[in-house]
Every structure is written in structure tokens, then in C-alpha cells.
Design a protein around this ligand. Structure first.
Ligand code: NAD
Ligand code: UD1
Length: 352
């Protein structure tokens, strides 16, 4: 009999791609999603991009009765429902703690009474803070850059002697540095799920996504990432505005690769065991924000619009972070397939 999967937050950007991926591979898919107006607009309508075969239950993950209904006949749960704005989380603390932390708690209390074969929770690279760096005596974790340093437009991370440190791929073992309410809540979600999973015999995997991009991203939501912001500006004929000097590095991963990694986390027997059940999912390749601006301009057919280097900065921004995906390769057999330029072209076509 085909397995039935519940995706909380399944009408969102990543959840909708995962739903499609699972359906393609013969699973039955249900989504529990409250169609949050910030993501889906005020109409509360089922998003058009959602695969028609996804059974959508409109409800809140904090509503225990809705969760009980959504879990009926379900074999596996993906917990993706969350409020996702890093900046917004710093002033809407109650909302973020409620949706992300309490929502997870309600789901877990329901799962205790009705365990499933596997639980997979969306975690985030944001819990690392700065990525890992190469120190003189080996890899080092570094604190956030101070406000004085940023004011002085001294962007790079430095060691105690003032030497610039170079970034390394960040593995799952890097100690988290939680510098936003959002990051704290994502760490809480993954720890709660792993802890309850162990206590109640539910094999659990926490997937730490890096900077995810692709179609179905909510552009109406002001908290989407840099790629969507750059694309929207370019399509309106405006230059991408780059913070700092544009040499900061990130790991952009296609939502299609993320969806496949998530399916593999359900199918790979060892996924819930190795590495404490925590797995990075990125492309494993760093790009600078300047490169991203140039490539996005090419992808939307406006190669002559160069970026504007503003020298402005966002307090709380990290300098560099990209994924070490060795564990995902070993445990899931995951290999990123979407090349950045192809992914950007697809995003650009969808936006137009
Ligand atoms: P998204 O906002 O597109 O999707 C989240 C979905 O959850 C939305 O459809 C929303 O309506 C729903 N939702 C919000 N509150 C809810 C509630 N109380 N009850 C039920 N549903 C609710 O975001 P996304 O980018 O698809 O993110 C999915 C998951 O991946 C999140 O847990 C997020 O923290 C994580 N993540 C995303 C990224 C990224 O780059 N997009 C990176 C790391 C981690
Ligand atoms: C943050 C979150 C991450 C979340 C992501 C997308 C942290 C550490 N991480 O990542 O969890 O998934 O947002 O919501 O908080 N930039 C510009 N110009 C712009 C916008 C951004 O130059 O118009 C720069 C930023 O300064 C940053 C880089 O682009 O250096 C990436 O920014 P963004 O896409 O917001 O993602 P992160 O900060 O990596």
C-alpha cells in the first residue's frame, strides 16, 4: 500500500515542491497549512502552484484537533510549518515563538499518542551564525562581527591578531550561535523533534537547509531572500542593491535539490541515525553576492544592469557560510543536480 505523508506548511515554497516530488514517486500527500496571509495573500485561497493531487487541510499546527485530523492514516510527517522572517522575528517575538516553538510542541504531543514511521523537520543554516573558518591551528568558530567593525566598513571576519580568516565548508558539528529569535526557534524545533523522536521511538531527521531559491517563492512576503529581491529589482529595470562590499559568500541551493534530499531522508534507512539525525542540505558551493547579482542580471536578460555596492549593512548579517554536504552525500546519496545558472533562469522565467 502506498505510504501517506503529511507535510505541515505543505502549501508553502519548499513544502509545495516536496509535495510534488513525493507524488511523482508514488506517495500520497496531505498538507496541513493555515495559508498564512503574509505568505499567501489575504484571499486565503489554495495556491495555484500546489499540485492538484495534494490534499490540503487548512488549519493551524498549534490547533491540536486540526493536527489529530491531519495525522489520520499518515505514515510519515514532514514538519515545515513556520514563520520564516529573520528580521521580523526580532520584533514579533511572541508570534515566532508561538508558531515555531509551540506549533512544534503541539505536533509532538499528538505524535506521542499516535507515532509515525519517521519525522523529518526543516531546520536552518541560520542556527550556525557565522560559518566555520580556517584558523592558524585549524578550523575555528568565530563570534559575530561587532557593530564598531561594521561601522568602520571592515567587513571580513578577523582573528584576535587582526588577521582576516577564510571560510571553510560548515559541517553539522559546528557549534550553533543563535543570534535571532528565528534561529533560536529553528534550533528549538530541531531539538524538540529529535528529543521526542528518541523518547517515543520515532526515527527523526532534522534537515538544515541553506539559502533555498526557486519557483513558488512568496514574493509578496518581504522576508524572502536576496535572489528574489535582486530578480524583482532587475525585472523592474533597477540595479540590485548590495550590502557590505558584495564579497560575502552564501550557499544557494535549488528548491528542487532540497525536495529530493527531503524525499531521500524518508527513503534512506540510515538518515535518522548518523550524525545525531542532523543533515545539512546545500549545494556545497559558495558564491559571492556580487556573483549572484551578475548572474541574476544575465538570467533575466539584463546583463547591462550592474549592481550598486551600497556599503550599507544589516546588523546581525553573517559574513560567510556555506555547507559541508559530506554527510548528505554519505547517508542520503544526495548530490545537488541543479546548476546555479539553470536554476536562476528557471526562477527568472517564472517571475516574468
Ligand atoms: P514558506 O513561508 O513559503 O512556507 C511555510 C508555510 O507554513 C506557509 O505555507 C505558511 O502558510 C505555513 N504556516 C505558517 N504558519 C503556520 C501555522 N501556524 N500552521 C500551519 N501552517 C503554517 O517558507 P519556506 O521557505 O517554504 O520554509 C519551509 C521551512 O523551511 C520552514 O520551516 C523554514 O524555517 C525552513 N527553511 C527555509 C529556508 C529558505 O531558504 N526558504 C532556509 C532554511 C530553512
Ligand atoms: C537569512 C537567514 C536564513 C534565511 C534567509 C532567507 C541568517 C543567518 N540567515 O540568510 O535562515 O533562510 O535569510 O530568508 O539570518 N543582501 C544584499 N542585498 C539585498 C538583500 C541581501 O546584498 O537586497 C545580502 C545580505 O546582506 C547577505 C546576503 O545578501 O549578505 C544574503 O542575504 P539573505 O538572502 O537575506 O539571506 P541570509 O542573510 O544568508
Amino acid at each position: 500500500m502506498r505510504k501517506r505523508i503529511l507535510i505541515t506548511g505543505g502549501a508553502g515554497f519548499i513544502g509545495s515542491h516536496l509535495g510534488h516530488e513525493l507524488l511523482k514517486h508514488g506517495y500520497g500527500v496531505r498538507a496541513l497549512d493555515n495559508l498564512s496571509p503574509q505568505v499567501h495573500g489575504p484571499s486565503g485561497k489554495r495556491p495555484e502552484y500546489l499540485d492538484p493531487e495534494v490534499e490540503l487541510m487548512v488549519g493551524d499546527v498549534r490547533d491540536a484537533e486540526a493536527v489529530v485530523r491531519a495525522l489520520r492514516g499518515v505514515d510519515v510527517v514532514y514538519h515545515f510549518a513556520a514563520a520564516v522572517g529573520v528580521g521580523q522575528s526580532m520584533y514579533e517575538i511572541e508570534k515566532y515563538t508561538s508558531i515555531n516553538n509551540i506549533g512544534t510542541a503541539v505536533l509532538l504531543e499528538t505524535l506521542m499518542k499516535r507515532p509515525v514511521e519517521r519525522l523529518i523537520v526543516a531546520s536552518s543554516m541560520s542556527i550556525y551564525g557565522e560559518g566555520l573558518y580556517a584558523g592558524v591551528d585549524g578550523p575555528v568558530a568565530v563570534p559575530e562581527r561587532g557593530i564598531e567593525q561594521l561601522r568602520a566598513h571592515d567587513w571580513e571576519v578577523r582573528d584576535a591578531r587582526g588577521e582576516v580568516l577564510l571560510p571553510l565548508p560548515t559541517p553539522e558539528s559546528k557549534t550553533p550561535t543563535l543570534s535571532s529569535v528565528y534561529a533560536l526557534s529553528k534550533y528549538d524545533q530541531e531539538r524538540l523533534c529529535l528529543m521526542a523522536g528518541r523518547a517515543y521511538g520515532i526515527p527523526t531527521v532534522a534537515m538544515r537547509f541553506f539559502n533555498v531559491y526557486g519557483t513558488n517563492q512568496a514574493l509578496s512576503n518581504p522576508y524572502t531572500g536576496v535572489l528574489a529581491i535582486f530578480a524583482a529589482r532587475l525585472l523592474n529595470g533597477n540595479a540590485p542593491m548590495i550590502f557590505e562590499d558584495g564579497y560575502q559568500q552564501r550557499d544557494f541551493v535549488s528548491v528542487k535539490d532540497i525536495a529530493r534530499a527531503c524525499r531521500l531522508a524518508l527513503e534512506a534507512p540510515a538518515a535518522a541515525g548518523r550524525g545525531g539525525g542532523v543533515i545539512n542540505v546545500g549545494s556545497g558551493r559558495p558564491y559571492t553576492i556580487r556573483q549572484i547579482a551578475t548572474r541574476m542580471a544575465e538570467a533575466v536578460g539584463k546583463p547591462r544592469i550592474g549592481p550598486e555596492i551600497t556599503g550599507k549593512y544589516r546588523v546581525g548579517d553573517i559574513r560567510h557560510c556555506y555547507a559541508d554536504i559530506t554527510l548528505a552525500r554519505d547517508v542520503l546519496g544526495y548530490e545537488p543536480r541543479v546548476m546555479l545558472d539553470d536554476g536562476l533562469r528557471e526562477l527568472a522565467e517564472w517571475l516574468e
